[in-house]
Design a protein around this ligand. Structure first.
Ligand code: SF4
Length: 326
């Protein structure tokens, strides 16, 4: 992995683009939307995260959203072209009483015709099976970084805890979304270590989100030296080469690197993007900018999203009717 990361930039991008073309339509991306269904107040200590209750970041704690709020957000995401809807909760892991309403959300989002994804923390035995029965397609649980660097970022759960949750997800027949974060002060060798872990999962994750740290004041990682965006693109390229059949997703930190680096990341084999919460309002300048960039590059949303877009008029009518009816 390190030898790949060390390649001359043009050689690396050429290899990544060649692998990409062998396995995917190079001009298509999959769009995922993320909704925080329960924000803040998390007991864990992930050093990058503004939702950890021990850091003073100004994030307000919110209770679990209602089923109606989640369905409305999912409908708006669908109208904006998302094909997958991810529901995230800031928990160490779901308690049994937490899981029941989430199962209802999964059923309702699935019924809209969206792919469903959840990120709820560590899972106990049996919980993945319940999620699968409710219709969950993907579970997101990131390894975050290499095992060597991990202890400098998180102390409240171990690397093995994460691998164990991933095993439970796999065993229940749910597709795995698993990636990490770069720009946390790790070395290039440690970034190679993260890719090595991901690429050696059997089977490899179906989705691999690569995040570029968004520094938030009040978290321990605020003030970390920023990662050169070329290094971020190198990570995308090595993920593409070593996980040729996975969707490699540009996730957090995408906007900060600007349009030219995002275009380079697509060239390096990224074929999925995360819109984040902000997609979930109809007049969203960031979503409009994203669309404009994809159009400039001649990139189309993946087929599932295109089909959904063709359904828009009917869905719009239904969404506005349910909104009117309260
Ligand atoms: S477990 Fe999730 S929500 Fe909690 S601190 Fe870590 S990243 Fe944040």
């Amino acid at each position: 992995m390190l030898a790949l990361l060390d390649l001359p930039f043009s050689d690396l991008i050429f290899r990544a683009q060649s692998v990409h073309r062998e396995n995917f339509d190079p001009n298509s991306v999959q769009l995922s939307a993320l909704l925080s269904i329960k924000t803040g107040g998390c007991p864990e200590d992930c050093g990058y995260c503004p939702q950890a209750s021990r850091y003073h970041t100004g994030v307000e704690n919110e209770d679990l959203l209602s089923l109606e709020q989640v369905v409305e957000a999912a409908q708006i995401a669908q109208l904006n072209g998302a094909s997958r809807f991810c529901m995230g909760a800031a928990w160490r892991g779901p308690k049994e009483k937490d899981l029941a309403p989430v199962l209802d959300m999964v059923r309702a989002v699935k019924a809209l015709g969206l792919e469903t994804c959840a990120t709820l923390g560590m899972l106990k035995p049996g919980q993945a099976e319940q999620l699968r029965s409710a219709g969950l397609d993907y579970y997101n649980h990131n390894l975050d970084t290499s095992p060597e660097f991990y202890g400098q970022v998180i102390s409240t759960r171990t690397y093995q805890d994460r691998l164990d949750t991933l095993d439970k997800v796999r065993d229940a027949g749910i597709s795995v979304c698993c990636g990490g974060i770069v720009g946390m002060g790790e070395t290039r060798a440690e970034r190679a270590g993260l890719i090595a872990q991901l690429a050696n999962l059997h089977p490899q994750p179906e989705s691999v989100p690569i995040n570029n740290l968004v520094q938030v004041k009040g978290t321990p990682l605020a003030g970390t030296e920023r990662l050169d965006p070329f290094e971020f693109v190198r990570m995308i390229a090595v993920a593409r080469i070593t996980m040729p059949h996975s969707a490699v997703r540009l996730s957090a930190g995408r906007q900060q690197i600007g349009e030219a680096f995002q275009a380079l990341a697509f060239l390096a084999g990224a074929n999925s993007i995360f819109y984040g919460d902000k997609l979930l309002t109809t007049a969203n300048p960031e979503a409009i900018e994203d669309r404009a960039l994809l159009e400039k590059l001649g990139i189309e949303p993946s087929e599932a999203a295109a089909q959904v877009r063709m359904m828009q008029p009917a869905l719009l009518e239904e969404a506005s009717r349910s909104h009117r009816d309260g």
